[in-house]
Design a protein around this ligand. Structure first.
Ligand code: NAD
Ligand code: TYD
Length: 365
């Protein structure tokens, strides 16, 4: 958060329900809210699935403006109680099953949380804000992904907010359904919903099943780094703190009923990205063999989208958002964080993670 942003969006005494606040982006976002907005309280509702980790917000455990509640967005009674007890006047909805490969192995949980859970949250917010007369002033930020737009060809322009939805994985389809529900609650009931669609995030505290932390942790262990196909698929990379600044802007000054894409316009092939990580790591750890030798091409992900890329001209033009962290700086900070936080990694590289790893990569590696 740069000081300029603070001036622009001010400091409102809000009571924000953040769902999924013990996950990767959610934990950065809660920290960002607490550090940047002194009159704001964050109620952090998280089920603590394999991806939710209280260690992500260890630094806020004694912070009175951060209230953690362990619970499921499918639990209507719990949600209604939270809105009532904490006088919730804003929601930033990040809770989700978020990993494409897991959605290929077991899609049902994705429908439960990303579709039914989103519907539940929208319904409880509507009831609470209608009865408390908050339908104008409250905000519901629904956090979504570029994957709802589907795959671009190599020569296509980046997708804008009006691009057609063509989700290709069960994860993307479940997020698209959640987006449609959120939009429909604005159109039908006037719920003050704002939707964001961002590109692939990276940074500290990301669960090592996603490409960047997977690559870093595998290189740290001297193990093969699996790349699907020939590594030609393209993703558009966004540093997580830049995303959090965008979410805060949308929360405070986004227009209800609107959708905002969030992208740093940083498209790389997976091979380019992994090679860059390998060389940044070698410069730090000086290993006997170049880490790029660990790259192993493996059987592709079924339905693997070729390319994602968003234009984010609207959020730049209307809300003044600009990314502040370029890829080399962002990767360097991220790599340093993983190298310095082995205990956090060891806490995760066990149990559920190993079961998933064996099931998914067992036949690939
Ligand atoms: P994550 O998997 O790291 O975290 C998700 C969190 O949600 C976890 O803490 C988990 O315990 C919690 N959760 C899951 N099901 C729940 C339920 N039923 N009730 C309450 N909590 C539940 O995910 P992330 O990468 O931080 O992504 C956060 C959001 O941002 C998701 O909605 C995702 O679709 C979206 N998004 C992510 C990216 C990305 O690159 N990571 C990009 C664009 C959008
Ligand atoms: P991922 O981090 O799973 O994000 P998403 O699929 O949501 O974009 O994957 C990013 C890219 O990296 C994607 O093109 C798939 C690829 N990938 C690999 O090549 N190998 C891997 O082991 C993983 C997890 C991803």
């Amino acid at each position: 958060m740069g000081p300029k942003d603070k001036v622009k969006i001010g400091n409102k005494p809000m009571r924000v329900l953040v769902t999924g606040g013990m996950g990767f982006i959610g934990s950065h976002f809660v920290r960002h809210l607490i550090q940047s907005f002194p009159d704001l309280t964050a109620i952090n509702l998280d089920k603590l699935t394999y991806a939710g980790n209280p260690a992500n917000l260890e630094d806020l455990k004694d912070e009175p403006r951060h209230v953690f509640v362990k619970g499921d967005i499918l639990d209507t009674t719990l949600l209604a109680g939270l809105f009532h007890e904490h006088h919730i006047d804003a929601v930033v909805h990040l809770a989700a099953e978020s990993h494409v490969d897991r959605s290929i192995l077991a899609p049902k949980e994705f429908i439960d949380t990303n579709v039914s859970g989103t519907l539940n949250l929208l319904s409880v917010a509507l009831k609470s804000w209608e009865s408390r007369g908050l339908m104008e002033s409250a905000r519901f930020v629904h956090v979504s992904t570029d994957e709802v737009y589907g795959s671009l060809g190599f020569n296509d322009p980046p997708a804008g907010e009006d691009a057609r939805f063509t989700p290709n994985s069960p994860y993307a389809a479940s997020k698209a359904a959640g987006d449609h529900l959120a939009r429909s609650f604005h159109r039908t009931y006037g719920l003050p919903v704002v939707i964001t669609n961002s590109t692939n995030n990276y940074g500290p505290f990301q669960f090592p099943e996603k490409l960047i932390p997977l690559t870093i942790t595998r290189i740290m262990e001297g193990k093969a780094v699996p790349i699907y196909g020939r590594g030609r698929n393209v993703r558009d990379w966004l540093y997580v703190e830049d995303h959090c600044r965008a979410l805060a802007l949308v929360l405070f000054v986004g227009r209800p009923g609107d959708r905002y894409n969030v992208s740093a316009r940083c498209e790389l092939t997976n091979l380019e990205l992994v090679e860059e990580i390998a060389s940044l790591m070698d410069a730090r750890t000086n290993p006997a063999r170049a880490s790029r030798e660990l790259i192993t091409f493996v059987e592709d992900r079924p339905g693997h989208d070729l390319r994602y890329g968003l234009d984010s001209l609207k959020i730049a033009r209307e809300l003044g958002w600009r990314p502040q962290v370029d890829i080399t700086e962002g990767l360097s900070v991220t790599i340093d964080w993983y190298l310095e936080n082995r205990a956090w990694i060891e806490g995760i590289l066990s149990g559920d993670y190993l079961t998933f790893f064996e099931k998914w990569y067992g036949k690939r590696l």
